[in-house]
Design a protein around this ligand. Structure first.
Ligand SMILES: Nc1ncnc2c1ncn2[C@@H]1O[C@H](COP(=O)(O)OP(=O)(O)OP(=O)(O)O)[C@@H](O)[C@H]1O
Length: 438
């Protein structure tokens, strides 16, 4: 790697408080690190700090060399498990633990000044190499509380909203510039009527998204609560979601399906269900990427949204609509229904907006013979795949773990992203509802 990207050093204090500090690893010295730590923990004399290596062993850092070794370990773990994050330039925090020394010493040896007030966000070109630690911006809450209400290192004041990308049942998604990193992000803001403990729980459940690295899953940058609103910051996809496109020709849809299956199976292996598979949660880019967004990693968030916003998700499997227990077969159903809609341009059970209650939707799904894709218009492989996903009885559906083995997926598994890229590029200019003010 040439110049290592900036990332967050998370200083975990003796009181178990986390203070985040954005660093440029090739520019900071060990003494500067000590200096910042002693500002954060002024009551103690800090002579060294520690971190956990890949085997979870505590390693002490007492010099520039040892600090370099720590950075090397951090980047080598990332290059093994977090290539996506490295590529995006927004990396998970590296946690360090200040070590209190026995003898007092003059701590401000370099006269380094650390800003303690939140400054107005710098322009990208003026971005300082060493950013001040995140400060408490509320009169009412302790730093610890604030840290529990955010994951990642994104502050509302770091975001410049550029355009509205869309509004869903529960929130608005805007494209925003994250000024410190210069990244374009999609920020979804939802109002949620939950108390502060629930907010903390939602944030802690979302942390798992940092561990998800798949080319078919939308990159997660962070999330934070501000009063009763949650903002979720993810990678921006310039093609938007598939619900905006109308029918997708089979050679394009087939290659998209390969990535969708890849993303779903990756998350299922981690025991994470999507819980909301539908065309508006499948995003594409002009580079031919296909990524799933809006994973229901936080069960509390999914339930809070369901409590706060009324509405029926037309892509839900029958067992879910009936309120029964559900698992990956329910996802297979939703994927089948989504594929049906993407192939034909029409929802298979009539107009989704006509279902205002779960009972009406259930009637539409169970009250007639299941629709099948038209013979002669679509390939036998696609017809078979969709109808085997759209089985009313969960255990009669294709098994989640064998979706990738089906001839439809095998047929299009040639890694040809340019077919997708060219189709997205050709359609994008005609897609309405873009470039609105945020
Ligand atoms: N990461 C992203 N990049 C680009 N566009 C996005 C991104 N995330 C969401 N969008 C756009 O914003 C729209 C609104 O998304 P949102 O998740 O709020 O609602 P939805 O999925 O359409 O519906 P619902 O709220 O019922 O799930 C999406 O349909 C999509 O077009």
């Amino acid at each position: 790697m040439n110049t290592p990207p900036p990332f967050t050093l998370r200083i975990r204090t003796q009181n178990d408080e986390d203070i985040d500090w954005m660093v440029q690893p090739d520019e900071i010295t060990f003494h500067q690190a000590l200096e910042v730590i002693s500002k954060v923990q002024p009551q103690s004399t800090i002579t060294a700090f520690e971190y956990d290596d890949e085997d979870e062993e505590r390693i002490t850092v007492r010099s520039d060399e040892e600090m370099k070794a720590m950075f090397q370990m951090y980047f080598s773990i990332l290059s093994e498990h977090g290539e996506e994050d490295l590529a995006r330039g927004l990396l998970p925090p590296l946690v360090i633990f200040p070590r209190v020394g026995k003898t007092p010493q003059n701590r401000n040896i370099h006269g380094l000044t650390i800003l303690t007030k939140k400054e107005s966000p710098p322009k990208i070109a003026e971005q300082p190499m060493v950013r001040p630690p995140v400060q408490n911006s509320s009169h009412h809450m302790e730093t610890k509380d604030l840290k529990d209400l955010m994951c990642g290192n994104i502050l509302e004041t770091d975001l410049q909203y550029l355009e509205l990308l869309g509004t869903g049942n529960g929130g608005r998604v805007s494209r925003a510039l994250h000024r410190p990193s210069g990244k374009s992000m999609a920020v979804k803001v939802m109002q949620l009527d939950v108390d502060i403990d629930m907010q903390k729980q939602i944030i802690s459940e979302m942390e798992i998204l940092y561990k998800c690295h798949s080319p078919a899953i939308i990159g997660f940058y962070g999330a934070f609560f501000m009063e009763n609103r949650i903002s979720i910051c993810t990678e921006f996809m310039d093609g938007g979601s598939l619900d905006k496109y109308g029918p997708v020709p089979e050679p394009v849809l087939g290659r998209m399906s390969v990535y969708i299956v890849q993303g779903l199976q990756y998350m299922w292996e981690l025991k994470i269900l999507h819980r909301d598979i539908k065309p508006s949660n499948i995003l594409v880019s002009t580079r031919g990427e296909v990524k799933l967004c809006d994973f229901g990693v936080s069960v509390q968030l999914v339930e809070s949204i369901a409590r706060t916003y009324v509405g029926t998700n037309a892509f839900m499997a029958p067992e879910r609509i009936r309120g029964e227990e559900y698992s990956s077969p329910a996802e297979v159903w939703s994927f089948g229904v989504s594929l049906f809609e993407l192939a034909t341009g029409n929802f298979p059970f009539g107009c989704p907006s006509s279902f205002s209650t779960p009972v009406q939707l259930l009637d539409a799904i169970t009250g007639r013979t299941l629709p099948v894709l038209q013979d002669g218009v679509f390939s036998p492989e696609l017809i078979d795949f969709v109808s085997r996903c759209m089985q009313r009885v969960p255990n009669q559906r294709l098994a989640a773990s064998s979706l990738d083995k089906h001839p439809y997926i095998q047929k299009f598994n040639d890694g040809n992203r340019s077919v997708i890229a060219m189709w997205v590029q050709s359609k994008l200019p005609y897609i309405a509802q873009r470039k609105q003010p945020p």
